[in-house]
Write a protein that binds this ligand. Sequence first.
Ligand code: HEC
Ligand code: HEC
Ligand code: HEC
Length: 265
Amino acid sequence: MTMCNTHIARTSSRSRMRLQIYLRVMRLLQPVVLSLLCLTNFVFLTDAMYAQSNDADYGVFKERIQPIFLKTRSTHGRCVTCHAGGNGGGFVLQPLSPGAVTWDEEQTRKNYLEVSQLVSPGKPESSQLLMHPLAPEAGGDVFHSGGHQFSSQADPDWQALAAWVRQKGRWEYKNLKVLSSGESLLDVMRTFNLSLREECNFCHTPPDFASDARPMKNVAREMMKMTSDLNAKLGNGTVTCYTCHRGDERPKTVHPRFPNLKYPN
Ligand code: HEC
Ligand code: HEC
Ligand code: HEC
């Protein structure tokens, strides 16, 4: 609405007379005109955004990225074997249709939407999809049930993933209530995973990351607010999820050797 109002004010400022008539008419028609203007703008913007940010990007995904998930590696299983259907944490690929060797267009679209939420546009090293299956010696996460699929960042497939992530446009997140922007969203999410030693689907129901279906997601929102409050009180900004959780879903509150010693409530 604010955008529409400024636009009207700017374009109709030629003469006072015309402005006054214009404003009078506008006031009468305001509800209708404004909702129409905003509605067309909205439809236009979302379509344009989709076309601009996603079409080329989708092409790269389909041609170069998705085949990586089907590839047989000499030392490891194929991503699709474990990740199709939802047994591999938050990375969920569509199951292949019986007898098919690759995904059809509709399945590819779904894979694209899912996988796009596992990467941080512009930042390969903040992207769960790239860091989780990468060997720890090469900067990756310590444990992946599917093994160290990429022994180094020089692996041509890892490089292809990184190139895709680097050119990717900003992703529009739909349901942020605590974070003020989606700019470093995946850094935050990786911090959650690493601090609690959990997977993305501990809080989410992939491929719909915007959904609040899992109550744990709202617990995490409360924890985010509490962590900010603590930092504001201490004034030094050093409290993180890791400060308390240290790799545990539930932080230790009782000393293992002296369980009877208590801090007063
Ligand atoms: C042998 C089975 C197996 C294979 C093969 C496999 N994975 Fe996994 N992957 C898993 C399981 C199980 C998890 C969840 C537990 C964990 O984090 O190890 C997982 C987790 C992940 C995650 C993190 C999801 C989360 O919730 O944090 C990513 C990203 C990932 N895998 C990427 C890949 C990629 C890319 C490939 C192929 C190059 C691959 N995996 C191959 C079994 C596999
Ligand atoms: C401990 C809980 C928790 C874990 C684990 C977690 N997330 Fe989140 N995630 C959240 C919360 C809470 C939000 C909403 C933040 C807000 O409201 O500002 C969120 C938001 C998101 C969003 C934005 C969705 C949208 O469109 O609004 C994406 C994408 C996302 N997470 C991906 C991931 C990925 C990928 C992982 C694994 C690497 C992950 N998350 C791990 C709690 C978690
Ligand atoms: C000051 C210490 C502290 C900090 C900082 C902290 N937590 Fe917690 N968190 C706890 C405690 C203590 C519990 C256990 C509460 C209970 O048992 O009811 C908990 C529980 C949780 C749970 C619920 C786990 C379960 O199984 O029920 C989630 C999810 C969680 N924290 C996420 C986070 C996230 C995400 C952050 C960072 C934004 C964070 N926490 C920061 C202390 C902390």
